[in-house]
Design a protein around this ligand. Structure first.
Ligand code: ACO
Length: 326
């Protein structure tokens, strides 16, 4: 099996900023509540003419540039998203076209909500490790504003839009040391969008009843998220033959700063070992870990030889962790 690593990262955040003060004018909430309960101060919202593939394409171009790889070198494009441009075709196929990648590039999307980027990294790793693929592009992109009920204060303060990308290839040393993915479908009703799929196709009634928006039992998820992310990190580290003390930086899913702090405490990791971008971007599902990884690299928080832990949890319920030697 070949060693597989990340050789370039990229990101794109839409220009429009929606602050907590803006939300105070939209629903019965306050900056104080949102900040103290979630850690979020503002989030980005895609423009009306921006779809997932538009954001993903910009992040992908940056990751390709950073890695020195040309689009026609790509053999595989995986997009992790729960907010594709449309039901089909895949966003990955749209990126292939947008990048002018070659015709035999394998293209597909992965639906694993907030753990989607970790699921996609783990999947791309398999292709490259077995020698079937040389270069893979993995993108985590969401336009969660398109699934957000802007009248529901329980959810509308949480989410944002964005995209992050990574190029994966064979590396001589280090790279992805381990992955751990899991799912508990029995708890899928804690976080879902009821309508718009084959179970409940769109009708005037589903639209009037706001059934195309995210429904979430936040406080139930809160407890499960802490346990799942802690366990995922521990299993992935064990598979890599490492301990928590070996970790230089954790890139956690950014759903709630209180969840992240609780996970860090359980793992015995100090604040300096946790990368946060939730304050500026909120929860961008699969794009949260993807953009956080990119920003940590750009800011010099990740250096060659560092042990980086990706750790995510989301609707499904799914979780995933990945240990990388940079
Ligand atoms: N402003 C003011 N008050 C609010 C707001 C708001 N925006 N939202 C809820 N409240 C109120 C509630 O109505 C409730 O009032 P009540 O006590 O009078 O009934 C009170 O605040 C407490 O509500 P809780 O839901 O218990 O608040 P909690 O402290 O649990 O925070 C939150 C809610 C932020 C949603 C938290 O539970 C959370 O982060 N959950 C995890 C989310 C998560 O991990 N999701 C998975 C990933 S997302 C994905 O996969 C797409």
């Amino acid at each position: 099996m070949k060693k597989v690593g990340i050789i370039g990262v990229g990101e794109y955040l839409p220009k429009k900023v929606l602050t907590n003060a803006d939300l105070e004018r939209m629903v019965d909430t306050s900056d104080e509540w949102i900040t103290s309960r979630t850690g979020i101060k503002e989030r980005r919202i895609a423009a009306k003419n921006e779809a997932a593939s538009d954001l993903g394409l910009k992040a992908a171009r940056q990751a390709l540039h950073e890695s020195g790889i040309k689009p026609h070198d790509l053999d595989l494009i995986i997009v992790a998203t729960i907010t594709p441009d449309m039901q089909f075709p895949s966003v990955a196929s749209m990126l292939q076209q947008g990048l002018s990648a070659k015709k035999d590039t394998i293209c597909f999307d992965i639906s694993a909500a907030c753990a989607g980027f970790v699921y996609a990294i783990a999947t791309a790793q398999q292709f490259i490790a077995r020698g079937n693929v040389k270069y893979a592009l993995v993108v985590g992109v969401e336009i969660l504003s398109s699934l957000t009920d802007w009248k529901d204060r329980n959810t509308c303060v949480l989410f944002g839009d964005g995209a992050g990308a990574a190029v994966l290839a064979e590396v001589n040393s280090g790279g992805i040391l381990s992955t751990y993915l899991g799912c508990d479908g029995a708890k899928s009703d804690l976080l879902y969008v009821p309508a718009g799929g084959s179970r409940m196709p769109a009708t005037k009634e589903t639209v009037n009843k706001h059934l195309h928006y995210i429904k979430m039992q936040g406080n139930e998820l809160f407890k499960i998220a802490i346990l799942s992310m802690t366990e995922a990190a521990q299993v992935a580290l064990k598979r890599a033959g490492l301990e928590c003390a070996d970790v230089d930086l954790v890139i956690p899913h950014q759903a709630n700063v209180r969840i992240i702090n609780a996970v860090a405490k359980k793992l015995g990791l100090g604040e300096d070992k946790i990368y946060l971008n939730i304050e500026k971007y909120g929860n961008m599902s699969s794009a949260s870990t993807a953009t956080a990884l990119c920003q940590a690299v750009k800011e010099g928080r990740i250096k060659k030889g560092d042990i980086v832990l990706l750790d995510a949890f989301g609707a499904g319920l799914v979780w995933g962790a990945c240990v990388i030697k940079w």
